[in-house]
Design a protein around this ligand. Structure first.
Ligand code: HAM
Length: 422
């Protein structure tokens, strides 16, 4: 076959009809469960002003320094959103959502964009679902966020995950820790990987996240942030762990877990799966108590998480979990001749009005080919109509799975097919 002239961008994929049912299944599940947890959906634009993302995530983060898709139009600089925490905070501040009272419990589902090197589980356009709770500093909010995240994976049957937990404290403790970490690494700076050498000055905490073999020995002996936490941070962290215990959620403390954005404070967590290979994070999140103020709102503590939907599907595949049902249609009207075809066209709505899905041939095919098509479309029933049937008003109803045929009036057919629905 000839090569297509136009293709998608590197790292961006089409979600084709055969796959879309699993997406719809997951989206429906997320919506249903989010409602049960009393979260409300928020939808923000795909593009944001560059300043928001730079300020929100941090100039030195990998995302801002090398992964944003940015462009300008006139005076304005835009980025395609690489994540939704900063945009949701922007929307919260801009629309004064604090005035609705109480804590705001928001959820979202949608595409994000990061110009990373594509590989399995890493795309340039990918999808996240997530939650943000704005306005509560209570560890109970952290626990609910984590509980929701794990609940979704459990509902789907992905249970072999590890919850990694850490506290990165407040900015003062983090600065002290950064200094201690740099002092520890300094004598061996030359032995570190190139990436880590670069991070040493600008973003030393990210060195802890390095996957490079040569960095291992220095990371393993590094001081841990938990030793630098203030009393308040320790108290909060202990409360989170206590609540997780109450909920029966097991976790692994990982004092080297640092997240990719600068906005985090206190709790940080990731959900890891052994089924994902190198990109092993199914989801991640944490607290960001200073971000709302940072971008111009009133001081508002907040916590949230986001999960990669493509990675969830990879885990499902590895575990043999099938999401979503087979493609099917309730009725396929098979016609012979022009008059029957016209009749078919006008009767489709009768089935649809009663809640059944109905279709017919659009290609003027023979009856035999139409029957084949009905099979391919996974039709439950075929209604077969020719000149004879139109005259007698008795139509052939074929139950496709049972290969049974009955001659019935249209009313009886409607009754039989849509009766299954109610
Ligand atoms: P994040 O860890 O950058 O956090 O992304 C969350 C999840 O999105 C990751 O665990 C991963 O499953 C998925 N993901 C990230 N990048 C890609 C990619 N290039 N391709 C496929 N999947 C990807 C955040 O985005 C924060 N906003 C989470 C958060 C919400 N923190 C507080 N509230």
């Amino acid at each position: 076959m000839a090569q297509p002239i136009y293709t998608t961008h590197h790292g961006m994929v089409d979600i084709l009809p055969d796959e879309v049912r699993k997406w719809q299944f997951l989206e429906n599940l997320i919506r249903e469960e989010a409602e049960k947890f009393n979260f409300e959906e928020i939808r923000t634009p795909i593009m944001e002003k560059t300043e928001l993302i730079v300020r929100g995530l941090g100039q030195m983060t990998d995302i801002v320094s090398k992964e944003i898709f940015s462009f300008s139009r006139g005076e304005d600089n835009y980025v395609l959103r690489p994540e939704l925490t900063a945009p949701v905070v922007r929307a919260f501040v801009e629309n004064r959502l604090d005035q609705r009272g109480g804590s705001q419990k928001l959820y979202y589902i949608g595409p994000m964009f990061r110009a990373e090197r594509p590989q399995k589980g890493r795309q340039r356009q990918f999808h996240q679902f997530g939650l943000e709770i704005m306005g509560s500093s209570d560890a109970l909010a952290d626990a609910e966020v984590i509980a929701f995240m794990i609940h979704i994976y459990h509902k789907i049957g992905i249970t072999n995950t590890t919850l990694k937990l850490n506290s990165i404290g407040d900015p003062e403790s983090r600065d002290q820790y950064k200094r201690a970490l740099k002092a520890h690494l300094k004598p061996d700076l030359e032995k570190l990987s190139e990436v880590s050498k670069k991070r040493y000055e600008n973003n030393p905490l990210r060195i802890l996240d390095s996957k490079e073999e040569e960095d291992r020995p220095f990371i393993e002996t590094a001081p841990v942030i938990t030793e630098f936490l203030s009393e308040k941070s320790v108290k909060h962290y202990n409360k989170v762990k206590e609540y997780l215990g109450d909920l029966g959620i097991t976790y692994e403390e990982d004092p080297y877990l640092v997240r990719g954005m600068d906005y985090y404070t206190e709790t940080a967590f990731e959900l890891i799966s052994p089924d994902l290979g190198a990109q092993d994070a199914l989801a991640g999140g944490g607290r960001y108590d200073l971000l709302v103020e940072e971008i111009g709102g009133l001081p508002t503590p907040a916590v949230g998480f986001a999960a990669g939907m493509e990675r969830l599907f990879i885990a499902c595949e590895e575990l043999g979990i099938r999401l979503g049902s087979e493609k099917k249609v309730d009725v396929y009207i098979v016609t012979l001749g022009d008059a029957a075809r016209k009749w078919g066209l006008t009767q489709l709505s009768k089935f649809r009005e009663k809640g059944a899905s109905a279709t017919m041939d659009y290609m003027g095919r023979s009856m035999k080919a139409q029957m084949k098509d009905a099979n391919r479309e996974n039709a439950r029933f075929a209604v077969i109509v020719g000149e004879n049937e139109l005259n007698t008003r008795q139509f052939t109803l074929r139950n496709m799975a049972a290969s049974e045929e009955n001659s019935l009036t249209l009313d009886a057919i409607l009754q039989k097919i849509t009766g299954h629905h109610t």
